[in-house]
Design a protein around this ligand. Sequence first.
Ligand SMILES: Nc1ncnc2c1ncn2[C@@H]1O[C@H](COP(=O)(O)OP(=O)(O)O)[C@@H](O)[C@H]1O
Ligand SMILES: [Mg+2]
Length: 276
Amino acid sequence: MGHSSERSSLVGDLVRFLFPSDYFNPKKVDEAYSEQLDCLRNVGFKVSIISLEVLASGSAKIFPTPEQGETLIYRGWMITPDDYSCLVNVVKDAGADVLISDDAYLATHYLPNWYPLIRDSTPETRFFSIDDDLEHGLRELGWSRFFIKDYVKSLKTSVGSIIDEPSAIRTVVAEMQKFRGTIEGGLCVRQVEDFIAETERRYFVVYGKPFAALPDEEVPAIVEECAKRINSQFFAVDVVERRDGCKRVVEIGNGQVSDLVGWTAERFATVWAERS
Ligand SMILES: Nc1ncnc2c1ncn2[C@@H]1O[C@H](COP(=O)(O)OP(=O)(O)O)[C@@H](O)[C@H]1O
Ligand SMILES: [Mg+2]
């Protein structure tokens, strides 16, 4: 696999960041992303917005329109693979291209795709379809506790995401459907490890080089290892300390749809400027 951490050949002034628009005003950036847009523009990147709501209808437009030959980097809410494909098409129709292709989007967004690359660094995981006999499947694993999420997100409300009785899987799935609207992809059943929650940190890997939230903060070896093994131009690595002192990867995320978590928008923009 392997991945070079050399600078990409992308030239900064050919890179444009693409943000979601305000729900009611397709020419205004979604408030949640306005600070990031400002910071990226301040360090010299071009920026545009797109209405996510109309992606599927095929009528989505990019404001301002990208220029021919530009490379666009989406930065916004998690979107479905279908919506992401639509976004890629809108970009290509404008004569530009995306940094992260449809396949590359899912390579770091969906747990079953990144898991095999770093299985020694993250809790053991089994994958199920929503139509499987889940209770039976969990019983067969014989684990004492189970961490449950779909391919992208865990349940942070109500019953939560950790169960000790296989029969409780039905409630978790029902709650996921209720609170998140859908189960994306399928189910991931993970071994529960003794994580010290407050030690969790997010790192971004940009063109193969990992960065921490603070400029003088050390990047753990486990993140360097992820940067070598995961061949994606832009992804996030969440690392937590286990009670025994071992560092573990909680999850990999597609950088385009990962929250800043502990990062300032300025730092995020600076890292991109440094790599472009
Ligand atoms: N296998 C696990 N064992 C114990 N705790 C976990 C495990 N996986 C995740 N967690 C805890 O649950 C939180 C949410 O899990 P995560 O996989 O990051 O889901 P999400 O995609 O919803 O953020 C993590 O920040 C971590 O504290
Ligand atoms: Mg998480």
